[in-house]
Design a protein. Structure first.
Length: 213
């Protein structure tokens, strides 16, 4: 049964994770790759610290520096996969380049918990073309990016940071432009819990805030 915890800011909602996994703790393959070229990336260490506070053992897996074999082995020996925020296009480019995208999908289908923060939550969708409003596609690190296919772990599209600065306008515009998609806007204090066919938005303020599917 697939299990996902998708959020905007993991440090803000980490205390909601036990609602999905119960008392279960384990090891985490921690992928910070999306933030490699971001000016602001404090959230990466905040996410790592939140996992450790919850009792998880964290093993970093920086995709650009790992071979396909190392990626496969690291994902296989860890119970969970954590994908941090940053640029979703650079992230997918690097995952695809090392065949890590397919390896992640296999592990999630086999039961590994997937935790996605911001960009990490967006790439769980079937396609990330909708992320163009919130992030730059053509950068010095993604000059020829043109394949918007993503992991396809879920059939909906997470819109992180909804109503939250500095993404308030871009998130709202994303919802307006891509209203034909099955969008799931979430704030920084909300998370989407997926367990099998059941999907539910939970919140630090009031849990849950919406029914499952």
């Amino acid at each position: 049964m697939k299990r996902l915890f998708l959020c905007s800011s993991f440090a803000d909602v980490a205390d909601l994770l036990p609602e999905l996994v119960g008392k279960e703790r384990g090891t985490v393959a921690f992928i910070p790759t999306a933030a490699l070229h971001e000016e602001y990336n404090l959230y990466v260490e905040e996410g790592r610290a939140a996992l450790e506070r919850l009792g998880y053992t964290v093993e970093e897996l920086e995709i650009t520096q790992a071979t396909a074999e190392v990626i496969e082995q690291t994902l296989e020996r860890n119970d969970c996969i954590y994908v941090s925020g940053g640029n979703p296009f650079f992230l997918m480019q690097e995952l695809r380049r090392k065949s890590a995208d397919r390896a992640i999908v296999r592990r999630v289908k086999a039961g590994a918990l997937y935790i996605g923060e911001s960009a990490g939550s967006m790439i769980a969708a079937p396609n990330i073309a909708y992320a163009q409003v919130m992030d730059a596609v053509a950068t010095a690190y993604t000059p020829n990016f043109c394949d918007f296919d993503a992991l396809g772990l879920v059939d909906f599209y997470t819109v992180p940071h909804y109503g939250c600065e500095p993404f308030e306008e871009s998130a709202e515009e994303t919802v307006r432009i891509y209203s034909h998609l099955s969008l799931r806007p979430i704030t920084n204090t909300q998370a989407i819990c997926v367990e099998g066919d059941r999907t539910q938005i939970v919140s630090i303020d009031s849990t849950p805030v919406s029914g499952g599917e």
